[in-house]
Every structure is written in structure tokens, then in C-alpha cells.
Design a protein around this ligand. Sequence first.
Ligand SMILES: NC(=O)c1ccc[n+]([C@@H]2O[C@H](COP(=O)([O-])OP(=O)(O)OC[C@H]3O[C@@H](n4cnc5c(N)ncnc54)[C@H](O)[C@@H]3O)[C@@H](O)[C@H]2O)c1
Length: 273
Amino acid sequence: MGIEAFRYDGRHALIVGGGSGMGEALANLLLDLGAKVTVMDLVVSNRSDVTNIQMDLRDRPGIDAALAKVNGPVNAVFLCAGVADGEEGIEKTLFLGQRHLVESAIDAGMVPRGSAVAVISSVAGLGWERALPVLDEYLETPTFEAGAAWIAAHDNTATYSFAKQAFLAYTAKKAHQFLSKGIRINAILPGPTNTPLARANAEQWLGFAQDYRDNLGIPAAEPMDQAYPLAFLCSDAASYVNGINFIVDAGYVASGLTGSWDAPFIKPMMGIE
Ligand SMILES: NC(=O)c1ccc[n+]([C@@H]2O[C@H](COP(=O)([O-])OP(=O)(O)OC[C@H]3O[C@@H](n4cnc5c(N)ncnc54)[C@H](O)[C@@H]3O)[C@@H](O)[C@H]2O)c1
């Protein structure tokens, strides 16, 4: 295999949250790379050359109904949906609904050997390793409903950063179990990226690491800057890459960690100091 290992010819990609932002950029890229694409989202994507399935990740029976509409096996599952802190049911949109969806698809035999899953987490999920004891308890909830009940019983867990930590821990934890079925799973951690969601929370989201970018003379990432690594991670070119957290932030976290850029909160976020 050569360059074709990066392509998606003859492969079916399911993009959850593919109606906007990074997921939409990914749909455009995967179509260029030869994939057949199905988009699941609250909204209908702008593309008529994908199969659009409208659904709400907060509605468990609705997720099951959406999966029943998917035509044929799925070779790549991208979990890209997101909302910001303060949204009703954030834990379901960001984690529980997407977990239910991917596990249901695998259990139903829709995801054959040789397939891969990619998750969008966030730099906001850094430090998940330190939080593993409590995350483990949450990850052990066997169902969507049990997960929601666990969140309701634990203060300060219906948050963006807890959900993003949970998805990173989940990615690491499922690497072995999924691969025993021939399926890889990896996650990206985007830094600030110019999407409708980030623009709606511009001060907090797009203001993050502004000093670093100003110093380098670079803008925030564009959605396609995140779509390329996602496409790579589920391609055959990444066939030995499994269970990783892939930071896509122009080096801000690495610079803060090593002290080559003054970002003193990075080490505490990672649980190192
Ligand atoms: N933009 C950033 O700076 C940034 C940084 C780090 C991580 N992220 C993460 O990247 C991912 C993509 O976000 P984006 O910035 O492209 O935002 P976006 O709003 O452009 O895209 C998110 C998509 O998720 C869909 N969605 C939201 N709630 C849903 C629900 N209940 N059911 C089904 N679909 C739902 C939305 O309709 C939208 O199409 C999210 O997980 C987000 O948390 C974003």
C-alpha cells in the first residue's frame, strides 16, 4: 500500500455532528478522499451528496432509531458533536449519547474488522489521567440511563471539561477491547478552532492561547486543520495507531508543559504540579 492508505475509496464514514464546524469540514474532506458519507446531527448538513439523518444525542430511543436508518456497514465512525457549558443535557450530547451510539453500532455488527473510531475531545480534557479513579466509576455505568443517573448524583460533573476528560479516558480504556474486534479508537484534542460553536463563546474559546498565537503570527485553527488529523486517524495509514490522545493546537500545550512558553496553568491542568 502507498498513498491509497490515506484514502477512503469504497469506505463508508459515519460523522456524528457532521452538520457544522469540524464535522462538516471532515465530511467535505472524506468525500474528496472517496468515502461514502452519512451525517447524523440535530441539523441537516448543507451537502446533498451525503445521507443526512437528523437525531438528538440526548434522546436514547432517537439514537437507536437513527442507527436503524444507516445503510450498510460503517468503516469509520467520527464522534464530533458538541455544545458548550450551560447547555441542557451536555453530558448526553458530549459523551453518553455518542458512547451509546458507537457501542450499539459495534454490538449490532455494523462496524466490521479493519474499521476505526475517532473522537473529538478537547484540550479542556487534559488531566484525565489524574481523574481516572472517578472517571472509571462513570465509565463503568453500563447504559446511557445509568450514566445519566450517575451524573445526576455527582456534583459538578454535568460540565464540558468532565465530559471531555471522560471521552479521553474512554478512548484509552477501549483501545484493547475494541481492537480485539479489529476496531481502533483514537481521540483528538483541538485547541481553539474557528467554528460556529467557538464563535458563539468567543471570549473563552477563541481567546484561549491568544498570546501564543499572536507571538507566532498565526490564527486560531480552521475546521479543516482538525479534519485532516481525524481523517488520518481512521485511515489505513494509521493502522497501528490506537488509544491515543492527539493534541492539535500548534504546540501550545507542549510549550506550556516544557516552559518554553509562559502558560503556567498547563502543568496543573495535566496534574503534573
Ligand atoms: N471549536 C473549538 O474551539 C473546539 C475546541 C476543542 C474541542 N471542540 C470540540 O469539537 C467538536 C466539534 O465542535 P465545533 O466547534 O465544530 O462546533 P459546531 O457547533 O460547529 O459543531 C457541533 C455539531 O454538533 C451538533 N450537535 C450539538 N448537539 C447535538 C445533539 N444533541 N445531537 C446531535 N447533534 C448535536 C451541532 O448541531 C453541530 O452541527 C465538539 O465536540 C467540540 O466540543 C471544539
